[in-house]
Ligand binder design. Structure first.
Ligand code: ADP
Ligand code: ADP
Ligand code: ZN
Length: 226
């Protein structure tokens, strides 16, 4: 398969596994959009839309937002023209119900998922990653205070805007999110394995090495487009 062919991907993994980091890189390399339900929800919360107001209480407590809310987001997003040539679903689906809905949705569009990339990282490392995570409020670029530090801990290298720590990245909430992951999202590993779509990639090591492994795993495409 070459980089110009359609590629519909799911990035699966616990909070802090590196889904967003890797999705951004793969999105650039393959010229397909990153569809992050977390990012879409956070922007709805910032703008205080009815959906954002509804989602906020769940997100603040570390719980998953109800299925029908996120399914609605994805249904709308996947119909936009930039998803024609493929997409990366980052952080969706997160429940078996969402996965079933996605399958029905894609069937209706005459599309299918090519690969589910499952990024595996142990809990101790996840907690370190989430506690040091910082995000640019303007361009959305992610950093880690120790593992991938910005030059100035409060400022984005890429655009000069302020970096913030997500409210749900504080200790209590992140533990709750890991519990939610283990009970509701981890069953998707089995789900996609049974459909022969699961590609497990170890999420430990440098961001570049993990990215290389993802590319090797999905199809050996070595496109070097920036
Ligand atoms: P997710 O989207 O799965 O929640 P992120 O991509 O936001 O995860 O990564 C979580 C944190 O870990 C971020 O601060 C990011 O900079 C950092 N990170 C990502 N990949 C690695 C890696 N391979 N090694 C060390 N830290 C990483
Ligand atoms: P992380 O990068 O740490 O994996 P996300 O940014 O993907 O976290 O999600 C942040 C929060 O947004 C979740 O804890 C949950 O409340 C909500 N959320 C995001 N995606 C989904 C989804 N597919 N289903 C339900 N809730 C979601
Ligand atoms: Zn920025």
């Amino acid at each position: 398969m070459t980089c110009s062919e359609n590629m519909n991907l799911i990035f699966l993994g616990p909070p802090g596994a590196g889904k967003g980091t890797q999705a951004k890189i793969i999105s650039r390399k393959y010229s397909i959009p990153q569809v992050s339900t977390g990012d879409i929800l956070r922007s709805a919360v910032r703008e205080s839309t009815p959906m954002g107001i509804r989602a906020k209480e769940y997100m603040d407590s570390g719980a998953l937002v109800p299925d029908e809310v996120v399914i609605g987001i994805v249904e709308e997003r996947l119909q936009q023209p930039d998803c024609e040539k493929g997409f990366i679903l980052d952080g969706f689906p997160r429940t078996v119900g969402q996965a079933d809905s996605l399958a029905r949705l894609l069937e209706g569009f005459g599309k299918r998922i090519d690969h589910v990339v499952s990024i595996s990282v142990d809990d101790e490392e996840l907690l370190k990653r989430i506690s040091g995570r910082r995000t640019c409020e303007k361009c959305g670029k992610g950093y880690h205070l120790i593992f991938d530090p910005p030059k100035d801990p409060a400022v984005c290298d890429a655009c000069g805007s302020a970096l913030f720590q997500r409210d749900d990245d504080k200790e209590e909430t992140m533990r709750k999110r890991l519990v939610e992951y283990n009970s509701k999202t981890a069953p998707l590993i089995q789900y996609y394995s049974e459909k022969s779509l699961l590609r497990v990639v170890a999420g430990i090591g440098s961001i570049e090495d993990i990215c290389d492994n993802i590319i090797k795993t999905i199809d050996g495409c070595r496109c070097d487009n920036p």
